[in-house]
Design a protein around this ligand. Structure first.
Ligand SMILES: [Ca+2]
Ligand SMILES: [Ca+2]
Length: 410
């Protein structure tokens, strides 16, 4: 090597190739480590106690380390500048070639995606039928469910997974809670295929919209264009290209990961009109507690019962069962039965004096866990036969009575 016949025309030391080889060997080891560890490139990890990320390490290897190898090579091989330039230029040339190769592959893949998108956009969806029904499931005359059934047909040259969705719009704005439903239309081959659909929504969720007028039903068709296995490999390949925007370890690529392609929107394919007063409401709505009194029924000067009155607004009429507790004695349940009428009605919750005495203390009594049911909660046979429909339970707020002396009760 150190022959005196060394040619003066030789502008750099032949060992620069070894230095470049060493650089790429170190890069390959680094890449191998990132693959083996399966970390996301930009997720943080601990490395000998220091937080780091493969992505940053790779960036350093792509852009900074070549200069270190160049400097080291130049220093060892002399002359410094010439060998430094040759080593770094060689490294960056290889990087450029790799990047160009990866970029070409990626562009080719993007073109196939674009071709599929073009073909998908030519798909035609036709709505063959659509009807809606306002259903009263508990038989109280109020609508519990809006059911929507129909049939649509998709004609396409581009097989794959399509997604048809129905949603509600009012005054050109999406209605909150107005997603009716979506159906996956799997087209395994080119051609035309029909699909039945059945969706339902709870009108309570869109009560606000319905109270300000008609609500339009819209339909849109999208196609899901997932990244194929080959596509993922290409994107993974692009990860190691220094002059391309980095893709994630899983092959996420911002340009490609947007895989739901919008194909067509149908506006106002149906209109829902429903008087909010016809929408299901609670059977009984608590309005307020009125008062509490102690009553002497037989005129012997001692109270027989404590009576708490409350105002409700009801669309149910029939028997009701209630139970309650006093806060300091949760083991004691007071329960009884009464009835309720439709409209604004006053309910009296009655606690028998002998039951009240079990508390062993004077009032005020702090009444809690006040529940009202319309079916007897105790089933002798263990199996309840619900006689009163629709079934409901009403939970009332706490209530504090006046101060009573327990010895005034009998
Ligand atoms: Ca109903
Ligand atoms: Ca009495």
């Amino acid at each position: 090597m150190s022959s005196p016949a060394q040619s003066p025309t030789k502008v750099f030391h032949p060992a620069v190739f070894r230095v470049v080889g060493l650089y790429f060997a170190s890069l390959v080891v680094l890449i191998f480590l990132t693959v083996v560890c399966k970390f996301k490139l930009y997720s943080r990890m601990e490395w000998f106690g220091f937080p780091t990320a493969w992505g940053w390490l790779l960036m350093a290897w792509f852009y900074v380390v070549p200069f270190i190898f160049g400097a080291g090579g130049g220093f060892l091989l002399k002359p410094f500048i010439r060998n430094f330039v040759v080593i770094t230029a060689l490294i960056f040339s290889f990087h450029s070639v790799y990047t160009f190769f990866a970029f070409s592959l990626r562009s080719g893949y993007l073109m196939t995606l674009e071709a599929e998108a073009q073909a998908s956009r030519r798909s035609e969806l036709s709505l063959k039928s659509l009807t809606h029904k306002y259903q009263d499931e508990n038989g109280d005359g109020l609508v519990d469910r809006v059911a929507m059934v129909g049939h649509w047909e998709l004609k396409t040259d581009s097989p794959g997974g399509y997604l048809a969705a129905l949603y509600l719009v009012q005054n050109n704005r999406l209605v909150a809670g107005g997603s009716i439903g979506q159906q996956k239309l799997d087209m395994e081959a080119q051609g035309t295929r029909g699909f039945d659909f059945a969706f339902s929504i709870n009108p309570v969720n869109i009560k606000d919209a319905l109270s300000s007028g008609p609500v339009e039903v819209h339909l849109d068709l999208k196609k899901s264009i997932p990244v194929s296995g080959a596509g993922k490999s290409i994107l993974a390949f692009c990860r190691w290209a220094p002059f391309l925007d980095r893709t994630g370890f899983e092959g996420e690529d911002p340009e490609i990961y947007q895989t739901l392609l919008s194909i067509v929107n149908f506006h106002r394919i149906d209109v829902l009109v429903l008087d909010p007063a016809e929408i299901q409401r609670d059977q009984v709505i608590f309005v307020r507690y009125i008062n509490d009194v102690a009553r002497d029924l037989d005129g012997n000067g001692l109270y027989d019962e404590l009576l708490v009155s409350l105002l409700v607004d009801s669309i149910y009429s029939g028997p009701i069962y209630y139970s309650l507790q006093e806060e300091s004695h949760p083991e004691i349940f007071f329960q009884n039965k009464t009835s309720i009428a439709k409209g604004a009605d006053v309910i009296h919750l009655v606690i028998d004096g002998t039951d009240l005495k079990k508390l062993g203390k004077d009032g005020p009594y702090r009444l809690t866990n006040v529940n009202v049911l319309n079916n007897d909660p105790y089933c002798p046979s263990g199996k309840c036969d619900l006689k009163n429909l629709p079934v409901f339970t009403l939970y009332l707020p706490k209530y504090v009575t006046q101060a009573y002396e327990l010895n005034k009760f009998e």
